[in-house]
Design a protein around this ligand. Sequence first.
Ligand code: NAD
Length: 421
Amino acid sequence: MSSRIPGMRDLSISERRAVVAETAGIDVAELAAFDAGGFDGEAANQLSENVLGTFALPVGVAANLTVNGADVLVPMVTEEASVIAAASNGARIARVLGGFHTSSTGPIMQAQIQLVDVVDPHAARLRLLEARAELVELAAAQDPKLAEVGGGVRDLLVRTVGFEDQTYLVAHLVVDVRDAMGANAVNTMAEAVADRVAEIAGGRVVLRILTNKADMRLARARAVLDAEALGGPLVVDDMVHAYKLAAGDPYRAATHNKGIMNGISAVVLATGNDTRAVEAGAHSHAVGSAGRYTALSTFEKDADGNLVATLELPMPVGLVGGATKTHPGARAAVALTGVSSAAELAELITAVGLAQNIAALRVLASEGVQRGHMSLHAKNIAIAAGAGPDEVGPVVARLIADKAFGYDNAAAVLAELRRGR
Ligand code: NAD
């Protein structure tokens, strides 16, 4: 299968569904899960609280992605125009020299158990480590299903954390959560061992909860970008300059990383995963070893003058648990990707984040974002100015022709259009 589908933007939704289903090798009926937001009020009532209904966002598909030699179509849910076009664009450039190469650590999550009032924290730390086997066994007993699928508790770590006048002892349960995101799984374990941990350490337990700094669950993506496909050697050099500003300056790093998360959050959401968990993990990871917020990705020039991009970050996503199995839209999105493990999904999402980053950096280091972005955003401006369905097209065409995307111009163009009718 090829994820290269020229002309996809000109198709109707039903034509696009047919092409996408055929390309991905799934039944087009599966994509009906994307009708009217994917599920009805009753299903929504089960998923959250005090439910009033559902709140739909567009789900689209990014094209052109090649990951580890295989093409893949990627579902993305986003309210922001130009995100899906940019991801497809970055993927198109990357595929010239083979697309994305990915890897990941195991799906390891950690839960923290905070102890206060420990009189001898350093000795208590060693007492807990001496009891490692007992505590690991007690935690593991909470989730036989996890052991059955090859996961389970792998280790116990104990740290001391000092702040102001306090020294806290913090025990970490290190758990292989396989195809789950794992928050509930590890929280249950942390609560179950807390009393015994307090007994051994001789203090009192306060917090028992996972850490979203999932730095034992990293996913990585890398791509070599052809200098000519990027626009020439000057664009390569300027993309490196753009990266180095992000690496050195938190003001730029925040926006650089936001661009990465444009792609990542859209796939995380489409697959029913927890966007806040992934975002918290990403931004905590962006505080590098220097203790300063920096870029999540890197860009460097290789010996042939091509640009090499890399991205590594925590990617706690699952295929079981949470909304991943209960939201029909999420199930259809996962089916579209064809992934069969949480690790595979995590790597795919990381590749999309890097594709997004490549596209943003290329356009920023050359023509600037506004021309492309505003052309795609013009529809929203036209609608906000009051254009009806049959007026949006002509208003957008005029905004693009005028290169003037202000609301005032949209309102003036709309008034002129109506006067002419
Ligand atoms: P879950 O408890 O619904 O599912 C996980 C369980 O599924 C495992 O414990 C295991 O018993 C079972 N399972 C069956 N097949 C499995 C397989 N192949 N691999 C792994 N487990 C398998 O969900 P979860 O993943 O533990 O928790 C995710 C949810 O927790 C998300 O909805 C997230 O939003 C929420 N949450 C997040 C936070 C946070 O990030 N801080 C805190 C609390 C809850």
